[in-house]
Design a binder for this molecule. Sequence first.
Ligand code: HEC
Ligand code: HEC
Length: 331
Amino acid sequence: MILAIGAGITLVLLLASGNARRKLSSAIPPAMRPMYADDELEGNHLERLMTWGVVLTLFFAIFLPAYWLREPIRAQDKQEGLFARDYSSGEALYAANCTECHGADARGGAALSPYGSDAWPAPNLLNIVSRYEDSRVVTDIRDHIETTLHRGRPGTPMPTWGTNYGGPMTDFQIEAITDWLLVNQEGDATEASPAVNAETGEAVSGEDLYQQNCARCHGTELQGIVGPSLIGVTDRHSDETILGILQNGISIQPGNIMPPWQEAYMYPDSRFDDDALSRIIDYLHEAQPSTLPDDALQYQTPGVGEPVEQPAGDEAEADAEADSDSDSTEV
Ligand code: HEC
Ligand code: HEC
């Protein structure tokens, strides 16, 4: 637009000056034509030329920057269009693949545990940024989400999605879901702490904390499932060491990860304060059998993942409104 007006003005000026000169001249050869007198050349004429020079300079000085100032806005419009397309495909992919466990609104839900015990909580995905905000382990949240999607979480119900790992989703689809999740993050992730009873405000007992949060990996009797047997753990380690393990998580064998309980694993930061963790450790002492098996003092190799037979469960179903029975047989 502006460009066209500029070109038009320049053209008119050029034509006008050409005409004026042609009128003076007709028959006389160019070299003999009368020219402006010195007075006129250095006065009027010079001034006129200079005025036009200034006008044109001003015109370009204003027009060009104005044009370039608009350029980023134009580019951004274009990019927003692309992003909107990405966003809605992320939303659709989420709805088709993730709602059964993470909930229709992505605020968390439950999965069937592959080990037959209780329902396995599937975390809220809309507070994931704030949950990992101060984490020393997860420093790049986009990378964390994409890696989790690509690989899944072996040993948990979270499936593998990336084609590289045998899943059904392309890199592009995983990026689109990640974009959608990141755009929808809710700043404040205050949820009731699982270490405090929401109704009575009382501290949850060490036993309940263990059964609700640890049993799904270590077994209701400490016998070990994806996580190692914890029978003998209080003889293998001092309470201080166990506290450290619980605070920070541990991964001795590659691929075997014990999540850090103070680093926003499933819950917003510091939801298991040292007090709650100490109650769990007290319970680990209480729950030891009276006679330890011979190998109890050695490190217990985790991850054999032998499914625990579950007597037709009542409470398991209450929690897991997830209807799929396929998950319980896989992994
Ligand atoms: C069969 C149930 C199930 C399905 C389907 C599922 N998830 Fe998960 N997801 C889980 C569980 C359970 C966990 C927690 C695993 C654990 O205990 O560490 C999890 C963990 C995650 C995490 C890590 C969260 C954190 O706090 O670190 C992300 C991200 C995630 N899921 C995204 C997705 C997305 C996106 C989809 C859809 C493409 C999806 N999940 C489908 C069950 C599921
Ligand atoms: C997602 C599964 C999972 C959950 C949930 C889990 N753990 Fe673990 N835990 C593991 C794995 C796997 C290891 C072994 C990691 C390794 O190889 O270093 C482990 C290791 C441990 C150890 C060290 C054992 C040793 O002998 O060195 C302790 C103690 C422990 N967990 C306690 C707990 C407690 C208490 C909870 C609940 C607050 C809990 N775990 C929840 C998977 C889990």
